[in-house]
Design a protein around this ligand. Structure first.
Ligand code: MTE
Ligand code: MO
Length: 441
């Protein structure tokens, strides 16, 4: 029996909670996550009964865990990540601790928008299954004109003007493992390859509209959304509280959404049901899922997610770290497995995607010979800010043997992917051209 089947088997869960069963060797800690994921605990906004639970070494924040993944559930074709609700078929996902990385090859043919069932999941703890009818958003703080918090239900939000945006969500640590495999550097955090990114059509209300209705003061400078998922405890046992990260008001009033739909459907549990923040072009942590509370402040706000994490630390960085990270960088990926085999002497169509947090992707160049020669790929989408472009190019590997494929994007700010990314200890914002090995046979 897999962990997820077990989680949905209420009778056995009750026995296990009563101490009658060991639940097939599932650790209680894992079970608590599954309970949260399956929505089997009390209907409180935070689904877990306990205020917090410990994360194991692979489940830490982007900046704290040792690189490495863990797939529970044995050799079945559907992997289980503790705390992720949706199925994670092995042809689509690589499970890394509490997270699931999308395999880029699984995006071939999917269109501009990533289907929700293939979209990567980055969970600090576990997906809480929240009741949309009971959900409320509280907006509070000294950055509001009135002294009292203002509360919105989902219906309240849906009555406000609707905005739809196509935008990627990408983890700041996406590509992190390339610091090690391509540049020989050791960094901490989830060892993503390139699949901690997805693009969706998000629909909701502008955060600006909600702040205005809540009575935004002209003295406000920062807003801090907080998630309703369980408090996050680091591998060394420090409770950092609920996932929360401040946003400057300038960004909050610009293009940020409180999204309740993804690709035309209500947000799925793993992606923030019923409402998430969507911060276009910025690192994923800004897009707080399961938002329940937004503080509006007349002073700058801080949380571990803009002080200890999501800054650049290390040699060549300012003492105490860089400023908090905001926009994503520039990347490209082929829709091919690593070490893919292709037929020698045959005509192939190589496909991939490129995206930038700074502007639209203006051009993509591809090399099939390790970077000796380059040619321009054909773009299949009109370049758009905060989105990615699909591209393709033909290739005929003349002889059997190993080949190295490279794709190099240039965005509308004129920036081109470099050959190397200056390292930082937590492995954020990898943007170097990736050397993708394939073999012609
Ligand atoms: N409440 C909450 N929001 C969160 C997180 C989280 O663990 N809890 N993870 C963040 C991180 S680090 C990323 S990269 C994105 C991932 O969004 P996704 O899981 O929908 O792909 O959500 C962000 N929002
Ligand atoms: Mo992230």
């Amino acid at each position: 029996m897999s962990l997820s089947e077990l989680a949905y088997d209420r009778r056995r869960l009750r026995q296990w909670l009563a101490g009658d069963a060991r639940a097939d060797g599932v650790a209680r800690r894992d079970m608590l996550r599954l309970l949260a994921a399956a929505g089997l605990t009390a209907a409180a906004p935070v689904a877990l009964g306990s205020p917090a639970f410990a994360a194991d070494g692979t489940a830490a924040a982007d900046g704290t865990a040792a690189a490495g993944g863990r797939a529970a559930g044995g050799a079945s074709a559907v992997a289980v990540a503790p705390g992720i609700v949706k199925p994670l078929p092995e042809e689509w996902f690589t499970v890394r601790g509490t997270n699931a990385e999308t395999k880029f090859a699984a995006l071939a043919g999917t269109g501009l928008h990533t289907p929700a069932d293939r979209f990567f999941v980055r969970n600090h703890t576990a997906t809480p299954v929240l009741d949309a009818r009971a959900w409320t958003l509280t907006v509070r703080g000294d950055g509001l004109r009135g002294a009292r918090p203002v509360t919105f239900t989902l219906d309240d939000l849906k009555r406000l003007p609707v905005t739809t945006r196509t935008a990627f969500v990408e983890c700041a640590g996406n590509g992190r493992s390339l610091f090690t495999t391509q540049q020989g550097q050791s960094v901490t955090g989830t060892a993503w390859t390139l699949g901690a990114v997805g693009t969706a059509e998000w629909r909701g209300v502008r955060l600006a509209e909600v702040l205005r209705r809540a009575g935004l003061s002209h003295r406000a400078v920062d807003v801090m959304p907080t998630g309703l998922d369980a408090e996050y405890v680091t591998a060394d046992g420090t409770n950092l509280g609920h996932v929360r990260r401040p946003l400057p008001l300038s960004k909050a009033l610009d293009d940020v959404l409180l999204a309740y739909e993804m690709n035309g459907e209500p947000l799925p549990p793993d992606h923030g049901h019923p409402v998430r923040v969507l911060v276009p072009s910025w690192i994923g942590i800004a897009s707080v899922k399961w938002v329940g509370d937004i503080e509006v402040s007349t002073r700058p706000l801080y949380s571990p997610w803009n002080t200890d994490f999501y800054r650049l630390f290390g040699d060549g960085q300012p003492a105490g770290g860089s400023a908090p990270l905001t926009r994503q960088t520039l990347k490209s990926a082929f829709e091919l497995p690593w070490d893919a085999t292709v037929a020698a002497g045959a005509e192939h169509r190589l496909t991939g995607r490129s995206w930038s947090g700074a502007g639209a992707v203006a051009r993509v160049d591809v090399s099939t010979d390790g970077g000796a020669h380059w040619h321009r790929a054909r773009l299949h989408d009109a370049p758009r800010r905060a989105s990615w472009v699909r591209w393709s190019t033909g290739w005929r590997p003349s002889a059997p043997g190993p080949y190295t494929l490279l794709a190099r994007a240039t965005d509308t700010t004129g920036r081109t992917q470099p050959d190397r990314t200056a390292p930082n200890t937590q492995g954020y914002l990898f943007d170097a051209v990736v050397r993708h090995p394939v073999r012609a046979v």
